[in-house]
Write a protein that binds this ligand. Sequence first.
Ligand SMILES: O=C[C@H](O)[C@H](O)COP(=O)(O)O
Ligand SMILES: C=C(OP(=O)(O)O)C(=O)O
Length: 347
Amino acid sequence: MSQTANLHIASNVALPSPRSMVAEIAPTEAQTAFMAQSRREIREIIFGSDSRFLVVLGPCSIHDPEAGLEYARKLAALSKELSDRLCIVMRVYFEKPRTTVGWKGLIMDPRLDGSCDIPAGLKLARKILRDVLDLGLPTATELLDPITPQYIADLISWSAIGARTTESQTHRQMASGLSMPLGFKNGTFGHISPAVNAIKAGMQPQTFLGVSEDGVASAVTTSGNPDCHIILRGGEDGPNFGADDVQETIDALEAAKLKPAIMIDASHGNCAKDHRRMPDVFREIVRQRVAGQKAIIGAMLESNLVAGNQKFPQPLDQLTRGQSITDACIDWETTESLLRETHRVLG
Ligand SMILES: O=C[C@H](O)[C@H](O)COP(=O)(O)O
Ligand SMILES: C=C(OP(=O)(O)O)C(=O)O
């Protein structure tokens, strides 16, 4: 290729193949069985044969694996206690979509210093996911780069397509080939139609350009993912967790001949990114469900060991352990009491 054709590519380095990385950091039989069982349980919640309330919660992003695992241990213990009424899934988010620019997550930049060692990030992500599954916690993540699933999807119980990519054909095609239940967020302005359209596209077979398990560019044909649902996350035009928003969403899903299964995110646009508002938003979501709104299958929370968030980048030795470097989160104490309260009111 001529030099002018490559003007803006600074480097292009081959990655290890997905097959070799999965073999190197292979799941145990017990991890695979637990992951499959957790997918089944989430699917049953989406389709109504399991009446438990699904709660997807955890850090906005994992940036310190050790603190992330401390959080996971606390959540795993609580999850076992509350599992008769709550199906708790931990956010183990490694890919961050940015509004403009910023740290893009542990897979893209595992050393948090701009060195962007993607192979090391993928390996680290696999190790953390295995550790979380070992604790008996189902795993949730946002899948952002369309090549990432080949490297980590075998360790994921539930995934999301984010507000910034729900409208993207690439992500809808990717979703159509994923084997786990998956939520599409409404758009960043709060409009639900991109998510409704995304569910329709994600449920259909698709053919597109991808990468094989051997890391070779390939034409991929999928059979469609029947386990898609919507996530209301509010937006720049305001929140959308109220009873009217839920009814409008049910109407839109039914008009599209889709099952009205709705998860509501108490973070992001629904709390105007103010973590102090998150508990009351969550309580209102649960109140609607307790009042009989069965279309609400679950809710999402951004939660960490320490409340709020901190400026990033800053020197790594000055970071507060267990506090988000992306969106502000509620702390562990608030999380625990909110989940116990939810368990009580669902009884
Ligand atoms: O959930 C995380 C953030 O809301 C998302 O990654 C966008 O973040 P940004 O607006 O700070 O870039
Ligand atoms: C980026 C996220 O959400 P959203 O797509 O709603 O902004 C997230 O859940 O981390």
